[in-house]
Design a protein around this ligand. Structure first.
Ligand code: PEP
Ligand code: MN
Length: 275
């Protein structure tokens, strides 16, 4: 099978029109650049309430937070599971936010349909084809992350599984790939943005947090993503990163996120893409 055939629905050849995913008053893949932010993990009701309040204040519309966590070690915090999703929904509703959260097992689809607005498939599950097939049957946007060892063609072919079953609402996310470089957690593939924009009509967002592994370089990667033509960002933020239960080193502090947004607004005027 040639490349284009393995992802014919995701291909630009199939649709000249850019896919726009509309959820309430937010459009992903439209003119506006969309920022999704929140902690790596939902840690408690209080933590997610505090962060949702902070995000609402800086006009962010989508909160992220993991309730089912794919941790490298089984001894690491695994997430609050169903309770985590409930806390996330409660906080989001209070501050008028949408929710994105990661699913790891198709047996929880009903739970996610109830509590979540965008279902994330993590890098480690990008080629979990039975999960992708189940997600193809539902009518909820899916945020599909690129596997750390996956090519762009493999990412598009994974997206194809979701489209082929009838769910056309797929957002692609580049989050860093594994290379020989050790100074960052993963290597953010900035080239993936213009390459994906050429190959597919699906929205493309960037997760600079998991690529960087360290908060210092996240603003630079985020600005690069904006200028390179991404449709949005997925960023980890925490108000007490030292005590975070996962990924504290790569969480921006709320004021750092605020500063980043100010920088993006300045860039927005130059590249003529609204935030
Ligand atoms: C996450 O977003 O919390 C996550 C686990 O990301 P990834 O699948 O990209 O590692
Ligand atoms: Mn994380």
């Amino acid at each position: 099978m040639n490349k284009r055939e393995s992802y014919k629905l995701a291909s630009r050849d199939n649709s000249k029109k850019q896919t726009k995913i509309k959820i309430n008053d937010v459009i992903i893949g439209g003119e506006k650049f969309v920022i999704m932010a929140g902690p790596c993990s939902v840690e408690s009701r209080e933590q997610i309430q505090r962060l949702a309040k902070l995000l609402g204040k800086i006009n962010i519309k989508i909160i992220r937070g993991g309730a089912f966590k794919p941790r490298t070690s089984p001894y690491s915090f695994q997430g609050l599971e169903g309770d985590g999703l409930k806390y996330l929904r409660e906080a989001a509703d209070k501050y008028n936010l949408l929710v994105v959260s990661e699913i790891m097992d198709s047996k929880y689809i009903d739970l996610f349909l109830e509590y979540v607005d965008i279902i994330q498939v993590g890098a480690r599950n990008m080629q979990n084809f039975s999960l992708l097939k189940e997600l193809s049957k539902i009518k909820k946007p899916i945020l599909l992350k690129r596997g750390m060892g996956a090519t762009i063609e493999e990412l598009l072919s994974a997206a194809e599984y979701i489209l082929q079953g009838g769910n056309w609402q797929v957002i692609l996310c580049e989050r860093g790939i594994r290379t020989f470089e050790t100074s960052t957690r993963f290597t953010l593939d900035i080239s993936a943005i213009p390459v994906l924009k050429k190959l597919t009509h699906l929205p493309v967002i960037i997760d600079p947090s998991h690529a960087a592994g360290n908060r210092d370089i996240i603003p630079a990667l985020s600005k690069a993503a904006f200028v390179a033509g991404a449709d949005g960002l997925l960023i980890e933020v925490h108000d007490d990163p030292k005590n975070a239960l996962s990924d504290g080193a790569q969480a921006l502090l709320p004021r750092e996120l605020n500063n980043l947004i100010k920088d993006l607004k300045n860039i927005s005027a130059v590249i003529k893409r609204p935030l």
